[in-house]
Design a protein around this ligand. Structure first.
Ligand SMILES: Cc1cc2nc3c(=O)[nH]c(=O)nc-3n(C[C@H](O)[C@H](O)[C@H](O)COP(=O)(O)O)c2cc1C
Length: 258
């Protein structure tokens, strides 16, 4: 089992300590391969907004940076753990910079079959940031199995610390079992709707985003109901088609050439 941790803190502080704890817990279960990418140690540059990653398949980014190196590690791993401190109740700019450079994955997701756990450290109120990280990794194709916010461990009362450590144990166990089982989740109605929307986009906007159409076609998704084989009831399929038709007529009114 290969686990890749991606950390958005600009220092080896609380998030790093949490990562070390998780590594220890996971290694007690299995002699697995655990690698940490501390984004602060990588050259990420700054997205220039050229859109080349979105318009073209393959690596055309003008930045000569380490992003492709980290992407290779993601592809090579069975699962990722994404961890960040809260900064202004969001992920750090360091992590957001990395996330922004993978925006093309919303158009052409590629990490299906892989699992993710997302973690935020900070004072309190983690929900919004965890939801953002969950949605982001999910749009890249990951099955997000676990998420947890960890308040300042050294400042907690004994009883609260105990509670958080138990919760962390449970989340790590759940994550480990999910990675081990490797099963793909049954998509919700919203997931199938999301697939239908992007399929519709890739067909309708073939000339604007040729790389999307080519990718979706090459994956065989154009003729499918979801990214991978799964059980989708006939009613769900019909409802999704109907809403998809309404959505595309709305888009036609909104955008030229849709
Ligand atoms: C610039 C900055 C902004 C922060 N903003 C928040 C915040 O909005 N909410 C919060 O709960 N903690 C905030 N914190 C505290 C950190 O999230 C917290 O100390 C975190 O655990 C630090 O992680 P690290 O040691 O891995 O860098 C902030 C810290 C810094 C340095």
């Amino acid at each position: 089992m290969k686990i890749l941790a991606i950390m958005g803190s600009p220092r080896k502080g609380e998030s790093f300590k949490v990562l070390q704890l998780i590594e220890e817990k996971l290694k007690q279960k299995e002699d697995l391969n655990f690698e940490s990418v501390l984004l602060k140690d990588y050259n990420l540059g700054q997205c220039k907004g050229c859109h080349l990653c979105i318009f073209k398949e393959g690596h055309h980014c003008p930045l000569d940076n380490d992003v492709p190196k980290i992407e290779e590690k993601m592809m090579d791993a069975d699962a990722i753990i994404m961890i960040t401190p809260l900064y202004s109740q969001h992920v750090t700019a360091l992590l957001k910079n990395y996330i922004d450079q993978l925006s093309y994955l919303w158009h052409r997701p590629r990490y299906f079959g892989k699992k993710a756990m997302v973690i935020a450290t900070g004072g309190a109120i983690f929900k919004g940031t965890l939801n953002f990280m969950e949605e982001t990794t999910k749009r890249w194709g990951y099955h997000v199995t676990n998420k947890i916010g960890i308040p300042h461990l050294d400042s907690l009362t004994d009883s609260y610390k105990q509670k958080i450590m138990t919760k962390l144990d449970q989340e790590v166990e759940g994550f480990y079992q999910n990675v081990k089982a490797g099963r793909q989740p049954v998509p919700s109605f919203g997931d199938v709707m999301w697939f239908e929307m992007w399929k519709g986009n890739s067909i309708a906007l073939k000339d604007t985003y040729p790389a999307d159409y080519e990718y979706w076609n090459q994956k065989g998704w154009i003729n499918e109901s979801y990214y991978y084989p799964t059980n989708i009831s006939i009613w769900k399929r019909l409802a999704v088609k109907l809403i998809g038709l309404l959505g595309s007529s709305y888009m036609k009114k909104m955008y030229k050439g849709y």
